[in-house]
Design a protein around this ligand. Structure first.
Ligand code: HEC
Ligand code: HEC
Length: 266
C-alpha cells in the first residue's frame, strides 16, 4: 500500500515539477531577456544619434541632413560604415573644398566620433562594415601566400597604383595615390568601398583571404629598404629607358674619351 501511494505521489509530482521549471524559466527570461535587448538597442541608437548630430554639423552641407546627398556631395545611403571609416580616418572627409579629388589630410576626429558617424551612415542602408583585425591583419602568412598577393596586386591594382604601389596619374587631373605606409585596415576598406575612380573589389571578386595576401604583399614590399640607388619605382619601361640612356650614353662618353686619348698619343 505504502509503496503504491508513494508512486502515485511521485507521478503527480513530475508534471508539477515540470510546470514549476517552465514557470521559473519563463519568469527568468521575462526578467532578463528584454532588458539586455533594450540596453543593446539603446547603446546602438545612442551611437547613431550621436553620429547623426556630428554628421549634421560637419558633413550635411554637402551630403544633406540625412545623408541623402546634395549637388555638392553624393548620397551616402548604402555606402556602409567602412566607407565612412576610410574617408574620415584618412582625412579625405570632410572635404575642404570641392575639387578633382579629395586628398588625404590630417584627420581631426576621434575614433569614437568616426565610429558614431559610421554607425549613423550604416543605419541609412546596408553596406560594407568596418572589418575586425583578423580580417585585414596579414598576421604570419607564408611566402607562397605573399607571392600570390603580389600576383593579385599586379593583376588588379598596378594599372593605377604602379607595380610597386608608388601611385600614378589618371585622366582629368586625378591620381591613384602611393600605397606606401597606408594602414592595412584602410587598404581593406579601399578595396571594399572603391573610393572615387577606384573600382569596388567585393568579396566575390577578391575574397578576404586574398585581400589579406595583397595587404601582406604591400607590407613586405614597402618594408624592404631599397638596395641603394632607386629610380623611384617608375616601372620597367621607364627604368629600362634610363638604363639605356645612362648606359649607352656612358659607353659613348668612354669611347669618345678613348678616341681622344688615342688621337693625342699619335
Ligand atoms: C565640401 C563638401 C563635403 C563635405 C563637407 C563632406 N563631404 Fe563627403 N564627399 C564629398 C564629395 C564631393 C564626395 C565624392 C568624392 C568623389 O567621389 O569624388 C564625397 C564622398 C564621401 C564618401 C564616399 C562615398 C562613397 O560612395 O564611397 C563618404 C563616406 C563621405 N563623403 C563621408 C563624409 C563625411 C562622414 C563627412 C563629414 C565628416 C563628409 N563626407 C563631408 C563632399 C563632401
Ligand atoms: C582604376 C584605377 C584603380 C585601381 C584598378 C585600383 N585603385 Fe586604389 N585608388 C585609386 C584612386 C583614384 C584612389 C584615390 C581615391 C581617393 O583619393 O579618394 C585609390 C585609393 C586607394 C587607396 C587609399 C590610399 C590612401 O592614401 O589612403 C588604397 C589603399 C588603394 N587604392 C588600394 C588599391 C588596391 C589594393 C587595389 C587592387 C585590389 C586598387 N587600389 C586598385 C584607383 C585605383
Amino acid at each position: 500500500m505504502r509503496f503504491l501511494s508513494s508512486r502515485r505521489r511521485s507521478r503527480a509530482a513530475k508534471p508539477l515539477l515540470l510546470a514549476f521549471a517552465l514557470f521559473v524559466t519563463g519568469a527568468l527570461y521575462a526578467g532578463f531577456a528584454p532588458a539586455t535587448q533594450v540596453s543593446a538597442d539603446a547603446g546602438t541608437s545612442a551611437l547613431v544619434a550621436e553620429g547623426k548630430a556630428l554628421f549634421q554639423v560637419s558633413c550635411s552641407s554637402c551630403h544633406g541632413l540625412n545623408g541623402e546627398g546634395t549637388t555638392q556631395g553624393p548620397s551616402l545611403v548604402g555606402v556602409g560604415a567602412a566607407a565612412v571609416d576610410f574617408q574620415v580616418a584618412t582625412g579625405r572627409m570632410p572635404m575642404a573644398h570641392p575639387g578633382a579629388q579629395a586628398p588625404r589630410k590630417q584627420n581631426t576626429f576621434t575614433e569614437h566620433e568616426i565610429a558614431a558617424m559610421a554607425a549613423f551612415v550604416a543605419a541609412l542602408g546596408p553596406g560594407p562594415a568596418i572589418p575586425e583585425p583578423p580580417v585585414y591583419a596579414p598576421g604570419n602568412l607564408d611566402e607562397r601566400a605573399i607571392a600570390r598577393g603580389g600576383e593579385l596586386f599586379r593583376t588588379n591594382c598596378s594599372a593605377c597604383h604602379n607595380f610597386e604601389g608608388g601611385g600614378g596619374a589618371l585622366p582629368n587631373g586625378k591620381y591613384a595615390p602611393s600605397l606606401r605606409g597606408v594602414e592595412p585596415i584602410h587598404i581593406y576598406e579601399a578595396m571594399r568601398t572603391g573610393p572615387q575612380q577606384m573600382p569596388v573589389f567585393s568579396a566575390g571578386a577578391i575574397p578576404d583571404a586574398e585581400a589579406a595576401a595583397i595587404i601582406a604583399y604591400l607590407e613586405e614590399l614597402h618594408a624592404q629598404p631599397s638596395p641603394g640607388f632607386t629610380l623611384g619605382g617608375l616601372g620597367p619601361v621607364s627604368e629600362g629607358f634610363f638604363g639605356w640612356i645612362i648606359g649607352v650614353g656612358g659607353l659613348c662618353l668612354i669611347a669618345t674619351w678613348i678616341a681622344s686619348r688615342g688621337a693625342r698619343a699619335r
